[in-house]
Design a protein around this ligand. Structure first.
Ligand code: HGY
Ligand code: MN
Ligand code: MN
Ligand code: MN
Length: 384
């Protein structure tokens, strides 16, 4: 079994559900177990482990945050029943890559907390706190579906920005590709599409599903259903990506017309103008429909992210270093995207043959993952 295969076998069972997908929500038992695994890997390599007080874990070779350090790593948390590679691949690959570079190089490995936003609702929460993009008191008050706050889960108020981020020479995050554009084992990221989440609350009149005449209804599920179709239509017309997910219905009963339906619009596009037009068109269509249904709609933008254009010189340098590895954009958000506003940052993608991600079917071959480790080692050695 390859070095990669051995390490991968250690973490694969952690947090796996019957679906074959993973339930690794930030600061819950499976993710905490993965953090213990992280500490063990660091100890085996005599790396110093630190926690930044925001829930982000780091392993350092050399002085923590030493000027000129190159930071790599990714995240452990998953979406519900997500794949096992999205996040952990970047951390496992980082430990293996560190084994392959000269021992005197200053490298850090990060495990960022709540990258998916699947528990507390804000993606890249840890990297946003670390870089000062997210206010610690707002983060502390975020709650999960059980009403547990991020501060309670963390066991303390998050500490917020750490100015030592500015000392880093570079950040490189390795990640499974989430799409089908990569035909080579390894690619280099050029950009992250602008994207965001918009909470949409559809309010109507709760009533009896069996006795209320159709003409008397103000059913928010109807307006919601129309909005799902509108989002799909507008995205298709614009070459964008739009989904309505994480649906909450109150009351959620077979024989009751709900009074409230809440859903999140996840929209992404290759440029900010297109993204804005798609979101505006969806909201306009939903609002018109609400007028017909006698319901009301409120829209709250959340974690809207501008386009991330990675350092082009750095991307070109890494592509050349990696035998002209393809340079390509992604529609997925990443901690590297947040850090890129503060430090020269790059991303390496490992080929995903089906492109499927955020699903139990997500997969990358051992050979391609091994190629990713090799590429990351070359990049870390080059940059340090
Ligand atoms: O949802 C995303 O874009 C990423 O996978 N967190
Ligand atoms: Mn993801
Ligand atoms: Mn990810
Ligand atoms: Mn990421």
């Amino acid at each position: 079994m390859s070095d990669f295969g051995k390490l991968w076998a250690e973490i694969s069972p952690i947090g796996r559900a019957g679906s074959g997908g993973y339930l690794r929500f930030a600061l819950t038992e499976p993710e905490l177990t993965l953090r213990d695994w992280f500490r063990g890997q660091a100890a085996q390599r005599d790396m110093t482990v630190t926690d930044d007080g925001n829930g982000n874990l780091f392993a350092w070779r050399g002085e923590p945050w030493a000027p000129g350090t190159v930071l790599t790593g990714s995240h452990f948390d998953s979406v519900p029943h997500g794949g096992g590679y999205d996040g952990p691949l970047g951390i496992v690959s980082a430990f293996l890559a560190v084994d392959r570079i000269p021992a005197d190089r200053n490298v850090g490995i990060a495990a960022f907390v709540e990258e998916e936003g699947a528990r507390f609702g804000v993606p890249c929460l840890g990297s946003r706190l670390l870089t000062g993009v997210m206010d610690p008191s707002r983060a502390a008050a975020l709650t999960d579906r059980d009403g547990i706050s991020f501060a309670e889960a963390l066991g303390a108020e998050p500490t917020g920005a750490d100015a030592r981020v500015g000392r880093l020479a570079a950040v490189v995050e390795l990640h499974i590709e989430q799409g089908v554009a990569l035909s080579e084992p390894v690619g280099v990221a050029s950009a992250i599409w602008p994207h965001g989440r918009w909470r949409m609350d559809f309010a109507g009149v709760g009533d009896h599903a069996g006795t209320t005449r159709m003409t008397d209804r103000h059913d928010p599920m109807l307006t919601f259903a129309h909005t799902v179709l509108a989002a799909n239509e507008e995205a298709r017309l614009s070459g964008a990506h739009a989904t309505v997910g994480r649906v909450q219905v109150e009351p959620n009963a077979t024989n009751a017309i709900p009074s409230l339906v809440r859903g999140w619009l996840d929209a992404r596009a290759a440029d900010t103008g297109t993204l804005g037009r798609v979101v505006d068109a969806v909201v306009k269509s939903a609002t018109e429909r609400a007028g017909r249904d006698g319901t009301t709609l409120s829209v709250t933008p959340e974690s809207v992210t501008a386009e991330v254009a990675f350092d082009t010189a750095l991307a070109a340098r890494l592509s050349a270093l990696l035998d002209d590895a393809p340079i390509l954009p992604t529609g997925a958000g990443h901690d590297a995207g947040v850090l890129s506003a503060h430090v020269p940052t790059a991303m390496l993608f490992v080929r995903n043959p089906t492109g499927v991600s955020h699903s139990p079917a997500e997969h990358a071959s051992d050979a391609d993952c091994e190629a990713g480790v090799e590429a990351l080692a070359r990049v870390l050695e080059d940059l340090t």
